[in-house]
Design a protein around this ligand. Structure first.
Ligand code: FAD
Length: 474
């Protein structure tokens, strides 16, 4: 087996616990499990620990780190605590498969490997919710998260101005970070409907119990206003236009059609759990109306419907980085208990502070989920000509035609239209297809279902696959 993360680590065939994802969930879980003497491997596709929020924590220049805000600084403690524990940390390692027998397919560079584990913790985080709108496939239209990744990892920011559009806390955070980095923000287009203010109001008293989040949001807004950044609220009908590159963004605001010339549009419509591996393994999922996404069926330790597979952090449902940290610790305690290393009493005692922390932290969520609720109309892609599956170039109109022909679930539509069968394997279109199918058939989203998960969840060549089973291919 090849060495990994420096010459000292030789990947074993089997571990007691394999953790997938080195964000706050996976790092905290690894520390707890390793402290109990568990034989742990932590796998992550990134070159360094930190996950999405604490990306590039160990290499970022202090001046850039200072622009990212207090929450980013908190990650320093988590990453350095992790570095002190005895874990096989395999960076630059893509996991392309997981099955119900806890067999895990990895790719290190070009080399595929299979390992097994007694317990697997999926700590693979969230992804930005893809929402197709006219022009979203044009070069120059990207996710806000991608803009933030370039900034955190390489200090790359837009040179010639940017329009930010969508709805959700990450959009506001990125605007604030860009503002401090001196980026010219041409406009911040807030697609949060005004009616959401009323929708969220009953959840405000509970949110006040986690008021530091509200305070932070208000500071971001105040700073952006003071810096003269134009924020337009209650925007709708977002379009990107251009020939082979975006040249302008148009939208409706206060009953008027408006347009802004730009070379770069960054969009964000909230986060959804990254579910590719858990779906491939066959974990059960349920529709969460409040979060407007599917989330895995879990008990309060993160145990999934499959024995020995746990899911924690944003991959279990969006709870934010602090909750992720504590959820990772809880799942690590459960895995340690399942391995027979601690007993039930010890597990329960050790989990008390984390449970209390999570309970307090999660007070903010119902408010955020109501406030940033994405309108159904937007999710179900009203314009027939909009491409939904960018790999196979299938439009919303073609999907609606398939529904009109009697195909009333996502998998039938996939089979008929080929949407979701391209290289991204449905990452970009699965959610939209589910919404379109539901709206066109007059059903609830849960009824139309979701694409079935299949390995590989990341691109793998036939040669790489065959090299895992040399005796069968001779
Ligand atoms: C693009 C993006 C940017 C974000 N930025 C912020 C922010 O600035 N501030 C904030 O408060 N919240 C941010 N969030 C939300 C934030 O991710 C979480 O609240 C928090 O990081 C969740 O922690 P986690 O450990 O569950 O997942 P993550 O931090 O997302 O960590 C998951 C890790 O798993 C790895 N992974 C996933 N799949 C595989 C695979 N198949 N093989 C190998 N590795 C894999 C990922 O590369 C990642 O390193 C962001 C989310 C996204 C999607």
């Amino acid at each position: 087996m090849p060495a990994c993360d420096g010459p000292t680590i030789v990947v074993k065939d089997h571990y007691q616990l394999v953790i997938i994802g080195a964000g706050p969930t996976g790092l905290s879980a690894a520390r707890v499990a390793a402290d109990h003497g568990v034989d742990v491997a932590l796998l992550d596709e990134q070159p360094a620990p930190g996950g999405q929020i604490y990306r590039a924590m160990e290499s970022i220049p202090p001046a850039r780190a200072g622009l990212l805000g207090d929450e980013y600084q908190h990650g320093r403690k988590i990453v350095s605590s992790f570095r002190q524990c005895n874990v096989d940390y395999l960076s630059d390692t893509q996991v392309w498969s997981l099955n119900s027998k806890r067999e895990i397919g990895l790719l290190q560079g070009d080399e595929p490997l299979m390992i097994t584990a007694d317990q697997v913790l999926l700590a693979s985080g969230a992804m930005e919710r893809p929402v197709p709108f006219p022009g979203w496939t044009l070069p120059g239209v990207m996710n806000a998260g991608a803009g933030q990744i370039l900034f955190k990892s390489h200090g790359i920011v837009p040179n010639d101005g940017v329009v930010l559009a969508g709805s959700g806390p990450l959009l506001l955070l990125l605007a604030w970070q860009y503002m401090h980095a001196g980026v010219k923000i041409q406009a911040l287009l807030d697609l949060t409907p005004m009616r959401n203010h009323l929708r969220a109001l009953p959840r405000l008293p509970r949110a006040l119990m986690a008021r530091h989040y509200l305070a932070k949001g208000l500071v971001y807004k105040k700073d952006l206003k003071r810096a003269g950044i134009s924020t337009l609220h209650n925007v709708s009908d977002l379009h990107a236009t251009g020939n082979d590159h975006i040249s302008s963004v148009s939208f409706r605001h206060r009953g008027r059609q408006r347009s802004i010339e730009t070379e770069l549009l960054l969009v964000h419509f909230g986060l959804i759990p990254n579910a590719h591996l858990s779906r491939a393994a066959g974990c059960e999922y349920q529709w969460d109306r409040s979060q407007q996404c599917w989330r895995p069926e879990l008990d309060d330790w993160g145990s999934s419907s499959i024995d020995g597979i746990l899911i924690a952090g944003d991959g279990a449902g969006i709870g934010g980085a602090r909750t992720a940290e504590h959820a990772g610790r809880l799942s690590a305690l459960q895995a340690t208990y399942a391995l027979g290393i601690i007993d039930k009493y010890e597990r329960d005692q050790l989990s008390r502070d984390d449970r209390k922390w999570m309970h307090d932290d999660l007070h903010i969520r119902p408010f955020l989920e109501s406030f940033f609720h994405i309108p159904r109309k937007l999710l179900s892609v009203p314009d027939d000509d909009t491409i939904v599956c960018r790999c196979e170039e299938v439009t919303a109109g073609e999907i609606r035609m398939a529904v009109a022909d009697g195909h009333s679930d996502s998998n039938q539509v996939k089979f008929l239209t080929r949407c979701g069968m391209g290289p991204c394997q449905g990452r970009q279109c699965a959610e939209a297809v589910a919404h379109i199918v539901a709206a066109a058939g007059g059903e609830k989203v849960a009824q139309g279902g979701h694409y079935r998960g299949r390995p590989p969840v990341a691109p793998l060549t036939l040669g790489q696959l065959a090299s895992l089973y040399p005796e069968e291919t001779e």
